[in-house]
Structures are given as C-alpha cells and as structure tokens.
Design a protein around this ligand. Structure first.
Ligand code: GTP
Ligand code: MG
Length: 197
C-alpha cells in the first residue's frame, strides 16, 4: 500500500469526542516507550506525525490520524510505567476500556511488545483484557535492531509459550524496527487485507 496522505485529526481523553466515523480504525498500544509513536511515523513515512520521546509517558491522549482519507491510525498512551500514580493508572484504564468497547469501527489493535525483554506481566495482562473485551489484536515485537535476530526470536518464542498457557490460538506476529524501517510492508499489507469493507 502506498501512503499518499497522512493527517493528524484530533487528540482526546473522551472516547465520545473521537471522530464519528465508519472508516476502519487500527490502534497502537503497548508499554510506555515501546515505540508506538515511532512505528506510526515509520509506517506513514512522516518523521514528526506522532510525537515521540526517549522519556516514557509522552503520549497521553487518544490521537487520531487519517490515512489516505480512508482509514484511521490511532496512537494510544502506554501502560506499565512504574512511576505513574495510581490515579493516572485508573484514568488510563477507564479511557482505554471505553475506547476498546465503544469504537465499533475498530478493526484490529496492534499490541507492541519490546523484543529485547522476557515476557512481561503488564503485556500479558493487557492481552487478557483484550480477550475479555473480544477485541481482535495482533502482536508487534519492536526495536529488533537493538539485539541479534536470534535473541529476538528467543524472546518471541518465550512470549508465545506464555500465551499458550491461556490461549488456544496465537495471534499473528510481526517484527519491526522503526530505526531500520523493518516490518513496514508486512504491517501495511495486513492493514490493506483487513480494511476492505
Ligand atoms: P509513550 O508515548 O511514552 O508511551 O512511548 P511510545 O511507545 O510512543 O514510544 P516512542 O515511539 O516515543 O519511542 C520511545 C523511544 O524509543 C524513542 O527514543 C525512540 O526513538 C525509541 N525507539 C522507538 N522505536 C525504536 C526502534 O525500532 N529502534 C530503536 N533503536 N529505537 C526505537
Ligand atoms: Mg507515544
């Protein structure tokens, strides 16, 4: 797919203020600093479309981007950062649950997982929440440029083993590096194949 046009539309804390639309929507979520905003920039080939930072917690709102005037990418705030207050964590939970329940145009959630680490409880818990809410999702293992391909595959295998403890079927898995622009075609092909209505 060729991205001809990518526009920032709006940022919201309230789901009912998000664009009222039937256009297909794809959301990006994962632990703070996993590389959600960077991946959106890499996919759209726009350096500064989504705001990135080396400091966790940069994205705090639900951000809608309209692509080729025909579908939305959504950058969501991350979870799992230890320094976040209980109050903020509860607000995040409410907002994300509402987002997942109310966006009837949501086709798929991309759950980003840092490929450098062993399986993390916060990722596994978030995936359980998506399962409970019956939201379709795929996994994206990010930052693969940061270690060897062997290490990446070991960490993905460990994560898959953990998931098999509770899931009968494993979701589709992508590997990406925003630094090296790896995994772009695979994700865009997936979006292309799933957003024909
Ligand atoms: P929050 O909005 O804070 O939840 O973070 P985020 O998940 O949107 O992460 P963001 O895209 O802001 O990236 C966090 C940091 O990781 C930045 O310093 C990025 O440059 C870096 N980063 C993201 N993706 C990659 C990658 O594929 N490779 C490398 N080497 N660094 C990356
Ligand atoms: Mg972000």
């Amino acid at each position: 797919m060729i991205i001809k046009d990518a526009q920032f539309i709006c940022s919201n804390t309230q789901v009912d203020k998000c664009p009222q639309t039937n256009l297909p929507e794809y959301a990006f979520i994962g632990r703070s600093n996993v590389g959600k905003s960077s991946l959106i920039n890499m996919l759209t080939n726009r350096n500064k479309l989504a705001k990135t930072s080396s400091f966790p917690g940069k994205t705090q709102l639900i951000n809608h981007f309209l692509i080729n005037e025909s579908w939305y990418l959504v950058d969501l705030p991350g979870y799992g950062w230890a320094k976040v207050s209980k109050d903020s964590r509860e607000k995040w939970g409410k907002m994300i649950r509402a987002y997942m329940r109310l966006r009837t145009n949501l086709i798929c959630v991309f759950v980003l997982i840092d490929s450098r680490h062993e399986p993390q409880a916060s990722d596994l818990e978030f995936i359980e929440l998506l399962g409970a809410l019956e939201v379709p999702f795929v996994l994206v293992f990010t930052k693969t440029d940061k270690q060897s391909a062997v290490k990446t595959d070991q960490n993905i295998a460990a994560f898959s083993r953990k998931m098999r403890e509770t899931w009968e079927e494993l979701p589709q898995i992508f590997k990406t590096s925003s630094a090296e622009k790896a995994g772009r075609d695979e994700i865009l092909d997936f979006i292309d194949a799933t957003n024909k209505q």
